[in-house]
Design a protein. Structure first.
Length: 288
């Protein structure tokens, strides 16, 4: 009997020690800012086909609105740390972007990721840097809304909020999942699906690359999609640094210059910023 009691207490002690040591290990983990300072490298993740946020141009160079924001973070790091910081970009997908931040493979992900409460349980997010909404890309004159797609084939990319919203709001449609937006748009062009859904600004980018853009149109608007950069959980210094970088860009006007570069009248696609969104962006800037 005594042996059993001792055995039970030993197990409880070991379990307690295990619980105590977990937070200590986490507290001693190297922060992103310290890692960047030690290695001289900012490792950032971004998609390769989220036109015009992040994509490969004809010269196989990584470009886009989100890529420009990452480069602004890189420049601010150089000012803070007082040395050259190398930017290493890694490609991510909708399925890998959150795990790659969570496991430390990348320090930040900036692309076209929607900030959701469920995702916030696993990782942290920056302040919002863009606003869009789920819409449909269809052949001109074919459909006007998600409601009219009952019994039809609707495409979306795996791991996106768009796919989840279609399941919820139009369960009578057949949801066809793709690995990328490009694959989904190709299926639409080949008439394998009746509509493709993602955020309206990304649909505009897909249609712009078609041989005949006028064959397609963007319809309906059935969700809000606020974009943010994905950050590691519980690293407040790094989150503050990224947020303050964005706040400074908004306050000094550089953010709006970059927006106009990609979405203005002479931008890659024309996607004007509503005044209410501009006002909200300005309200995200905290007093110094």
């Amino acid at each position: 009997m005594k042996r059993k009691i001792i055995g039970v207490w030993s197990g409880l002690v070991l379990a307690t020690l295990a619980l105590v040591t977990v937070p200590v290990s986490g507290a001693n983990a190297e922060s992103v800012l310290k890692k960047i300072n030690r290695t001289g490298t900012l490792t950032a993740g971004t998609p390769t086909s989220a036109f015009p946020f992040a994509y490969m141009n004809d010269k196989k160079e990584w470009v886009g609105f989100s890529v420009d924001l990452i480069k602004e973070i890189q420049q601010r790091l150089e000012g803070k740390l007082g040395k050259k910081i190398h930017l290493e970009l890694k490609g991510v997908t909708q399925q890998t972007r959150i795990p790659m931040v969570a496991n430390g493979t990348i320090d930040i992900e900036c692309g076209s990721t929607t900030y959701t409460q469920s995702r916030d349980e696993t990782v942290d997010f920056s302040i919002n840097f863009f606003y869009a909404g789920s819409q449909l890309l269809v052949r001109k004159g074919s459909f006007t809304s998600l409601a009219g797609l009952a019994g039809k084939r609707v495409g979306a990319t795996k791991g996106t909020t768009n796919a989840a919203i279609i399941r919820e709001k139009q369960p009578q449609a057949t949801l066809v999942l793709f690995e990328s937006h490009d694959e989904g748009f190709q299926a639409l062009q080949e008439k394998k699906i009746d509509a493709y859904s993602t955020d309206g600004v990304l649909l505009a980018g897909l249609a712009a690359k078609a041989a005949n853009p006028n064959e397609f149109e963007i319809v309906d608007f059935f969700s809000k999609e606020p974009y943010s950069c994905i950050l590691p959980e519980d690293d407040s210094k790094w989150k503050d640094f990224v947020n303050h970088t964005f706040m400074d860009l908004i306050e000094n006007g550089k953010y709006f210059e970059l927006y106009d570069k990609w979405f203005g009248e002479k931008g890659v696609i024309h996607y004007p910023m509503p005044n209410v969104i501009k006002l909200y962006m300005l309200f995200q800037v905290m007093p110094k």
